[in-house]
Structures are given as C-alpha cells and as structure tokens.
Design a protein around this ligand. Structure first.
Ligand code: TYD
Length: 192
C-alpha cells in the first residue's frame, strides 16, 4: 500500500516520519525529490531563482519516474507499506503555481501527463498549515517558501483535495507534533 505525505513548506512532515518509523518499522520510507542525481538536479533548480518553470516540471517528473521504477514499484510488488514524504501532489500543487500563465490550466495539464504512467496513492495525509505559518516555519529561504507563492500552493492543494476527496485525510499541522503523529499513525492503521 502506498501512503503519501503532503503539505506546504513548513508543515512538519519530516518530524512525523520518525514517529511513523517507530510505529511501522517494516515500511519502506522514501521521499521526493529523491537522493539520486535526478533529485540533485531538482534541488539545484529549486535554488535557482530564475529557473525555467517548464524545465523544472520535467526535472521533477524525471525524478518521479526514477523513484517509481527503483523504489515505489519494487516495494509495492513485495507487498510493502510504502510511505513517501511528498509525491505527485507536490507537483500538482507547486508546479501548477509556477506554470500559471505559462501553460493553459496547469493543474489539469500536469495531472494529464502523469496519469498514463504514475501510481496513485491509496491514502494521502495532507498536513494543513496556513501559508503565513508555513513561510515563517520554513524561513522563506528559497523561491517556493515565499508567502505569496505558498498561498497559491495552499489553494492548489485545496483544489486537488476537492477533486479527489476520498484519497485525502486532512491533519491540522498547527497541532503539537506528538498529537499529529498519533493522528497519522491511527489513520494509517485504520487503512491496513
Ligand atoms: P522538500 O525537500 O520536501 O522540502 P521541505 O522538506 O522543506 O518540505 O521539497 C523541496 C521543495 O520542492 C519544496 O519547496 C517543495 C518543492 N517540490 C515541488 O515544487 N514539486 C515537487 O514535485 C516536489 C516533490 C517538491
């Protein structure tokens, strides 16, 4: 089963992973951008303020394709629980923000080009945080962590969730981390 964790920058997903690792030690924990050279290229692009947004989308997608082939699909075929810190919805939410005005209806465009080859998660935990808290917590150190950008990313996550409500469980990311972890663990165990 594939479970993904999503949210704007600063939503605290990474802190929750260590609690999940204790609760589900046999699960496969993974992330996007990956640690591969594809992921490195993506990180370079994140830290390049004037990176071309369309090129950036395809870098992220290359990393996703690599992630699927080398980690996600093999683990799923071994009947593992797979937990990914960010996955397709990050592209849907972030790149549809950066491609606004560059391609028509960026959200459906990005969804359309993933659809033939990606694998949808059974469950996505959405760590919901206000953009102002997200910008503050993340320190606004790169182009994605700016308040005005995160506001639009947050809106896009809402759109994605309302288009596919059955896949998402919303968790209030302003709660204390131990409470968030408990809710996340309970939500996953309900599904197993
Ligand atoms: P990440 O390493 O998860 O950052 P953090 O731990 O600060 O949340 O992700 C790096 C940044 O890349 C983050 O701002 C979200 C962005 N991102 C995209 O824009 N598109 C994507 O497809 C992914 C996976 C991440």
């Amino acid at each position: 089963m594939l479970v993904t964790l999503e949210g704007i920058d600063g939503s605290g997903k990474t802190t929750i992973i260590s609690a999940l690792q204790e609760a589900y030690p046999d699960a496969v924990y993974t992330l996007e951008p990956t640690d591969s050279w594809y992921g490195e290229a993506v990180r370079k692009s994140i830290n390049t303020d004037d990176a071309d947004p369309l090129s950036e989308l395809f870098l992220y997608m290359a990393d996703h394709a690599y992630h699927l082939q080398t980690t996600i699909l093999p683990a799923l075929s071994n009947k593992k629980l797979v937990i990914s810190d960010r996955y397709i919805d990050s592209r849907y939410a972030y790149q549809s923000t950066s491609l606004d005005g560059i391609v028509e209806d960026p959200l459906s465009y990005i969804q359309k080009i993933h659809q033939p080859w990606t694998v949808l998660p059974e469950l996505t935990l959405y760590f919901d945080l206000s953009p102002s808290l997200g910008a503050m917590r993340s320190g606004s150190t790169n182009k994605f962590e700016q308040l005005s950008f995160l506001e639009r990313v947050h809106e896009n996550y809402e759109k994605i969730i309302s288009n596919d409500p059955g896949r998402f469980v919303r968790i209030d990311a302003s709660l204390p981390p131990d409470k968030i972890a408990k809710i996340a663990i309970k939500t996953i165990s309900n599904l197993l």
